[in-house]
Ligand binder design. Structure first.
Ligand code: CLF
Ligand code: SF4
Length: 504
C-alpha cells in the first residue's frame, strides 16, 4: 500500500466534509452522451494557477473551465435561454444546440430568464460545488441579448457569489461589451475558427448582420473583424477571454496555429481547441458531406504545437447548453421542471449559502494539501528522463475514488521529471452494468487506454484486471481514495527506480 498521500481533513472513505451529502461530489450518474488582460504563460488551462497575477488567480480559482485544477472541485451549469442564432456554421444543425460550446446533436429544453434563475437556485441548493452559471445557447447568447442579460441580472441578484459566464460566436459582441462589463460577467468565450476569411468561407456559409444576410468571403471577413474587435474590447475591460476553436482537418487544422498566435497577441487568456464531431445523423453540412473530425493524436499534436506560446485547455467535455454538474458528468436530468419547483418551495437561502461557503473553505484546505503533497512527491522523480502516460478513474475532488466498472471516462496524466500533468480524458462505455460485467465493453476500454502504462482505480475485479494486464496496462488500486497527483508521482518514482510496480 502507499504511504499516506492525503490529509486527514476528510472523514474515512469520503472525500467530503460532513456537511456535504455523499451523492454531491462525482455522483456516479451517467454523463450525458450528448452535450486577462495579460495572457500569462504558466496559467491555468491545464496546470495550476501559480505564477499568475493575484487578480487573475482570483478569477480562475473556482472556474472549472478556466482552471484544470478547479475542475476537480467545482461545478458549472448552463441555462438554455438563448434560442436564436445570427450565423450558420457548417458543423451545426440548428435543430440542435450550438455546437460551438456544446456537444453536437443534443437538444436542450429552452427556459425563460425567470425560470432559469429559479433553476440556478435549485441546483445551488443541491450542488454546493456550483461556482459558475453560463449561457451557451442553444443558439448564440448575444443573438438573444435581452434574454441573456435578464437571466444574468436575476442570477446576480439571487446568488451574487456565483460567477457569470457567456459564450458567443462573436458577431454581436462589440455591441454588448459595455453591458457585459456592467453586469460583472468576467468570463467570456468566443468561438474563433479562422483569421483568414478565405478559410472562414469554408466554415460559414452565411451570417446575418445589421438586417442583412452576407455570404462567402464577405461574411467571413465581417465575422472575423467583429470577433477581433470584440476580443480586444473585452481584454481592455479586464474580462478574461477564452477562445474556442473547432479543429476541422483539411480546412483549418494547420491554420489554427495562426489563430492561436492572433488571439494570444490580442490578450486572450486561454485557448480551447475542440475536435469537430461530425456525425451524418446530426444532419450538418460537414456530417452529410463526409468531413471527418481529427483523431485524438492529431488533436493532441495541434494542442502541443500551440501550447508553446499559450495555455491550452485540455479538459473541455463539450458539454450541453443545459449541462449541470461537474465537468464530465451531467446531472441535468435531476432538475426537470417539477423537481425545480419542488426544490424551490423548500429552499432555505441561509442554509444554502452556508453550505456553499463551507464547501469552499473545505476545498481551500484540500487544494493546499494536494499541492503540497504533489510538490513533495516531485522530488522523487526530478532526475528521471522517462515519460509515461497513466489513466485515473475519479469522481472528482482530485482523488482516485472511482471503481473501474463505474468509470465513463478516464483522466489521462503524463508523468515526467516535472511531475504529473493532466493532458486530457478518454471516454469509455460502462463496464459495470447494474451488477453485471459487460465484457463487450472491454475491447473499447482497452483501446481507450492505449499508450497508458497503468490505470489507477479505487477498486477493480479480477477479470478486467487480467484483460488489462494482457494489453500491457497495470491496474493499480493501492492508492484508492488518495490524492491523484501525489499518488501518480509516488508510483512513477517507485516503478522507474527499477523496483517494478510497487503498488498494485
Ligand atoms: Fe459554460 Fe463555457 Fe462558461 Fe465553461 S462550458 S460557458 S466556459 S461555464 Fe467548459 Fe463545457 Fe468545455 Fe465550455 S467544459 S464546453 S469550455
Ligand atoms: Fe450553430 Fe452555434 Fe454556429 Fe449558431 S454559432 S450556427 S448555434 S454552432
Amino acid at each position: 500500500m502507499s504511504a499516506s498521500l492525503s490529509s486527514g481533513s476528510r472523514p474515512p472513505g469520503s472525500s467530503l466534509p460532513r456537511i456535504i451529502p455523499l451523492n454531491v461530489v462525482g455522483s456516479a450518474k451517467p454523463a450525458s452522451a450528448g452535450g486577462c488582460a495579460t495572457a500569462t504563460k504558466g496559467g491555468c488551462g491545464s496546470g495550476s494557477s501559480a505564477g499568475l497575477p493575484q487578480h487573475i488567480r482570483d478569477k480562475v480559482h473556482d472556474h472549472p473551465c478556466y482552471s484544470a485544477e478547479a475542475h476537480h472541485h467545482f461545478a458549472r451549469m448552463h441555462v438554455a435561454v438563448a434560442p436564436a442564432c445570427n450565423i450558420q456554421c457548417n458543423y451545426c444543425n440548428r435543430k440542435y444546440d450550438c455546437a460551438n460550446e456544446s456537444r453536437p446533436g443534443v437538444v436542450s429544453e429552452k427556459l425563460t430568464p425567470e425560470f432559469a434563475a429559479k433553476k440556478v437556485l435549485a441546483v445551488a441548493a443541491r450542488i454546493p460545488q456550483l461556482s459558475v452559471v453560463g449561457v451557451a445557447g442553444p443558439g448564440d447568447a448575444l443573438a438573444n441579448p435581452e434574454k441573456t442579460f435578464r437571466t444574468f441580472e436575476l442570477i446576480k441578484a439571487a446568488a451574487p457569489d456565483i460567477r457569470l459566464c457567456l459564450s458567443t460566436n462573436g458577431l454581436a459582441l462589440p455591441d454588448h461589451v459595455e453591458r457585459i462589463k456592467a453586469l460583472g460577467v468576467d468570463h467570456v468565450t468566443i468561438t474563433i475558427n479562422m483569421v483568414d476569411p478565405e478559410i472562414g468561407a469554408r466554415i460559414y456559409p452565411w451570417i446575418f448582420f445589421d438586417h442583412k444576410r452576407y455570404h462567402g468571403v464577405e461574411a467571413a471577413r465581417l465575422l472575423h473583424e467583429r470577433q477581433m474587435r470584440g476580443l480586444e474590447m473585452l481584454v481592455a475591460e479586464g474580462i478574461l477571454v477564452k477562445v474556442n476553436s473547432v479543429m476541422i482537418p483539411g480546412i483549418n487544422d494547420r491554420h489554427l496555429v495562426e489563430v492561436n498566435a492572433a488571439v494570444k497577441s490580442r490578450g486572450a487568456f486561454l485557448h480551447n481547441i475542440m475536435p469537430l464531431i461530425s456525425d451524418p445523423a446530426h444532419g450538418t453540412h460537414f456530417g452529410l458531406t463526409g468531413q471527418r473530425g481529427p483523431t485524438p493524436a492529431e488533436l493532441k499534436a495541434l494542442q502541443d504545437a500551440c501550447e508553446g506560446d499559450m495555455q491550452l485547455m485540455r479538459h473541455c467535455r463539450q458539454c450541453r447548453a443545459d449541462a449541470v454538474g461537474m465537468l464530465g458528468e451531467d446531472r441535468g436530468a435531476e432538475f426537470g421542471s417539477a423537481a425545480i419547483e419542488a426544490i424551490a418551495a423548500e429552499i432555505d437561502a441561509e442554509q444554502m449559502n452556508e453550505a456553499r461557503a463551507a464547501y469552499r473553505s473545505f476545498v481551500e484546505r484540500e487544494r493546499a494539501d494536494q499541492t503540497a503533497a504533489a510538490d513533495a512527491a516531485k522530488v522523487q522523480v526530478a532526475a528521471t528522463a522517462e515519460t509515461r502516460l497513466v489513466a485515473v478513474a475519479t469522481k472528482g475532488s482530485g482523488r482516485i475514488n472511482q471503481h473501474f466498472g463505474h468509470a465513463e471516462e478516464f483522466q489521462v496524466y503524463e508523468l515526467s521529471a516535472a511531475g504529473a500533468k493532466f493532458i486530457g480524458h478518454r471516454k469509455v462505455s460502462l463496464y459495470c452494468q447494474g451488477g453485471f460485467e459487460d465484457d463487450e465493453a472491454m475491447p473499447g476500454i482497452v483501446e481507450a487506454l492505449a499508450g497508458c502504462a497503468a490505470v489507477f482505480v479505487a477498486k477493480i475485479g479480477h477479470c478486467p484486471r487480467k484483460d488489462l494486464a494482457a494489453a500491457g496496462v497495470d491496474a493499480i488500486e493501492g492508492y484508492a481514495h488518495e490524492y491523484i497527483e501525489a499518488s501518480l508521482i509516488d508510483w512513477f518514482a517507485k516503478s522507474t527506480a527499477g523496483a517494478g510496480t510497487m503498488v498494485a
